[in-house]
Design a protein around this ligand. Structure first.
Ligand SMILES: CC(=O)N[C@@H](C)C(=O)N[C@@H](C)C(=O)O
Length: 790
């Protein structure tokens, strides 16, 4: 890594803390990295029969020397779920590592599993392995001329087994387009291309092909394929326009007549950004405001040659500007989907979602028919205390249904928590299924026999596996009022006893923060005047001072941690890196300033057009609250954030220079007027700066007037006030907030003689989450904080 520590007056020297100095911090971080995480679980009917079922759990552990992750599978058999708590369960003796697999997808019956191994380079084949009980049933090598890597990005990604488990639909990169050959004998007939190249010719680059921006660099268009398990044939799905990127494919229910055509439903994103009226692909990662629709298309017929005039896919959701995560009910009569229409229409990159339904009478729906879309859960504008704040969910599990066939389960943000909700799709009633006694966060992994498989974690407790079931057997499950939860101990989830004992002494609580007084001349929405939240985590457990007048030195130093987006949320879930900072002895204050997800649409929308002011003031209000409560020493406060969180960190050290002893920023937005010309999401710059007007005024060639506003709302506009040392962590491959944005700010600080430390990760993108980069970032953050606020 390239490291620079600099102040104008000094050149870097050995005692400039350019190297992390502490073995103790490194050892602690290593032990936290050793904790396995529970990534996925599939609940499947047990091969032992009866009412019991198996839960196959995919876990991972970081392999730091290899800069990679190890994935391993373990199975637990749950014999029955009729008693109040589940205590009788049996783990397989040890987990098995699955190396080199990009995707693992069991079939619905659990009798088969598909393992996809993506090619290492652009000319190697993709390997599809289909395993049955006890053996490999089929191995399919798909040549690079058919398709490239299968998408496993969690967004375009979709792998679906047909009802009879004979076919698998999936999403992969279209094959490489051939490049032009130049040279004297390029057109010599009869020569193959390698021979042509050997003869002194070369291949050109061909036309530039636009991709989906950050984290999709060089990725080709996602297209649909179907693999036949018996024959090993792989066919492309026809009838989808080249202007559409396809993803999230599922099989439509089997047609009523046995020889009726099989069909697929998928999500399609147009290359034309309709809401910003621009003929381009705007960045997709973290951006739920990209218009998308559900399409219905005929599946390829096995052994039939591609047709010259395939039937065009039908747009099923023309009247809704966003439709994704399609799931059919078990009887095949309902198709439900999520929508981010509030994000598409406002231009905010993320907002409150809605849930919709299409009645799918299997005899009637033919390719070309346009069904009616019904609303199930609408966008919540604002909610009273304790009431449902709206849906904030971006992916439904493969089978989200309880056995009644009309109750759907999902995980969603609910203020600062992630919770599990049940939704009756007939009535639209929403109820909270995860325990409301706990402040922890819950994540739904799967369902079987109306038994829920979930993980639970908190800032002071890594993920653990839980099963939820209805206690009163035979009662209707609708409403989800009677859920009983049992912890299922995962044998491998043991971590260093030292860590466990430190965690036991930690505490956290949710603070309610009143928004600062608003301009009385502005008409405000109800939601924007409601309290927002901050999560306060204390390493010592003494959240509130024991005495009326605590000794200020006895209060741990405080790190204010700010999420990015800005329409994202800090949740009460476990974060290895945050736990590391807590264990070093820092109090943490994660502020969910207005604009965060989980608090209703009005509070979220109140930030658009007010960034750099409202969010900055909200963070200061949260800080005032903890200082006022004697929970922080005002002289020992640091601020840390990435991306929009880095925008806030740099704003705060400029706008409130006396409140922070240091600032730490990861890929921060420092100058929106320069970002707008180089980021993959220039629309973000417009919407966050101008509010809804940003949609209509959006331009690919911003005017001087617009650029001036973008400069004014940026941290760089306050640089002359900055007087504290700063640490910057920058990913050189970031296309969201290109590295030059952070660098300009860094150079401006250096030119003013400020102490700045910069670490650049040459191969990292916006998230800086490659294992070694993440480790180096947080080790440096820990050491830096000890130096400046401890
Ligand atoms: C929509 C988006 O990517 N905004 C960036 C400026 C940002 O803050 N990103 C978030 C997702 C982050 O935490 O990196």
């Amino acid at each position: 890594m390239d490291q620079v520590t600099s102040g104008k007056a000094r050149s870097p020297s050995a005692d400039d803390h350019t190297e992390p100095s502490s073995d103790a911090e490194s050892e602690l971080l290593h032990s936290l990295y050793a904790i396995p995480s529970i990534d996925k679980a599939w609940a499947i009917p047990s091969c032992q029969g009866g009412a019991g079922f198996d839960v196959v759990v995919a876990m991972s552990q970081v392999n730091l020397p290899a800069n990679a992750k190890r994935t391993f599978l373990s199975t637990v058999y749950i014999p029955e779920t009729s008693s109040a708590t589940i205590t009788d369960y049996h783990w397989s003796p040890f987990p098995f590592e699955i190396s080199g697999a990009s995707l693992i997808v069991p079939s619905p019956s659990g009798a088969k599993v598909l393992i996809i191994r993506n090619p290492k380079d652009s000319t190697s084949p993709t390997n599809l392995e289909i395993w049955g009980p006890g053996q490999l049933l089929r191995e399919i090598f798909v040549a690079s001329s058919v398709h490239g890597s299968v998408y496993g990005d969690g967004w375009f990604e979709g792998v679906s087994w047909s009802q009879n488990e004979e076919s698998i639909a999936y999403v992969a990169e279209e094959p490489v387009v051939s490049r032009p050959v130049f040279g004297q004998s390029a057109s010599t007939p009869g020569q193959n291309s390698n021979a042509t190249l050997e003869a002194g010719n070369w291949k050109g680059q061909g036309d530039w092909v636009e991709d989906w921006g950050e984290s999709y660099s060089g990725k080709r268009r996602p297209v649909l394929f179907v693999a036949n398990v018996s024959t090993g044939a792989v066919q492309a799905v026809e009838g989808i326009s080249r202007d559409i990127s396809a993803g999230q494919v599922v099989w439509a229910p089997q047609p009523a007549s046995p020889d009726g055509p099989q069909s697929l439903v998928f999500v399609g994103w147009s290359s034309y950004a309709e809401n910003f009226s621009t003929p381009r692909k705007l960045g997709m990662k973290y951006c739920f405001n990209r218009p998308c629709h559900l399409y219905h298309v005929e599946a390829p017929v096995p052994d039939r040659e591609p047709s010259d005039a395939p039937r065009e896919a039908t747009n099923l959701t023309e009247g809704v500007s966003s439709a994704f995560s399609p799931r059919f009910s078990p009887d095949g009569k309902k198709l439900v989907f999520l929508s981010a229409e509030a994000a598409v229409k406002s231009g905010a990159h993320n907002a409150t979602n809605s849930l919709h339904l299409i009645d799918w009478p299997t005899d009637l729906i033919r390719i070309g028919e346009k069904p009616q879309v019904k609303d199930i859960v609408n966008v919540v504008q604002h909610a009273e205390e304790g009431a449902f704040p709206g849906l904030y969910c971006y992916n439904l599990v493969a089978n989200p249904w309880l056995d009644d066939g009309s109750t759907l389960l999902l995980s969603s943000a609910w203020r600062s928590q992630q919770v599990i909700l049940s939704i009756d799709v007939e009535s639209g009633n929403v109820s909270r299924v995860s325990s409301s006694d706990s402040l922890a966060s819950w994540n739904l992994l799967g369902l079987q026999n109306s038994c829920i498989v979930a993980t639970v974690s908190s800032p002071i407790q890594p993920s653990s596996l839980h099963l939820g079931h209805s206690a009163s057997v035979g009662s209707p499950l609708k409403g989800g009022k009677e859920w009983k939860w049992s912890a299922i101990n995962v044998p491998s989830l043991k971590f260093a006893s030292k860590i466990e004992s430190v965690m036991q002494s930690m505490k956290y609580e949710l603070l309610q923060v009143s928004p600062p007084k608003a301009d009385p001349l502005k008409s405000l929405s109800v939601g924007s005047g409601q309290p927002f939240e901050a999560i306060f985590v204390s390493p010592t457990g003494s959240i509130r001072p024991l005495t009326e007048e605590p000794r200020i030195e006895s209060i741990p130093p405080l790190v204010v941690v700010l999420h990015g987006g800005p329409h994202s949320v800090s949740q009460t879930s476990f974060s290895r890196n945050a736990a590391f900072l807590s264990m070093l002895g820092f109090n943490l204050l994660h502020v969910n300033y207005r604009g965060s997800l989980g608090f209703g649409e009005e509070a979220l929308q109140s930030l658009l057009g007010n960034v750099g002011r409202q969010d900055v003031d909200d963070v200061l209000a949260a800080l005032d609250l903890v200082i006022g409560n004697g929970m922080a020493d005002p002289a020992r406060v640091a601020v840390l954030g990435g991306s929009h969180g880095g925008f806030l960190a740099t704003h705060l050290i400029g706008q409130a220079p006396d409140r922070f002893a240091t600032g730490i920023a990861r890929n921060p937005v420092c100058n929106v007027s320069s970002m707008v010309g180089i980021t993959d999401i220039p629309d973000w710059c417009y919407v966050e700066a101008f509010g809804k007007d940003g949609l209509s005024n959006y331009s690919e060639a911003p005017s001087v007037k617009d650029l001036s506003v973008l400069y004014q709302i940026s941290p760089i506009a306050h640089i002359s006030n900055v007087k504290v040392p700063t640490l910057f962590l920058l990913g050189a491959q970031d296309r969201r907030v290109p590295v030059s944005n952070g660098f300009q700010y860094v150079q401006a600080l250096r030119a003013r003689g400020q102490e700045v430390k910069v670490i650049v990760f040459p191969e990292d993108v916006h998230a800086i989450d490659r294992p070694q980069s993440d480790f180096e970032s947080f080790l440096n953050i820990g050491v830096w904080l000890k130096r400046f606020i401890q």
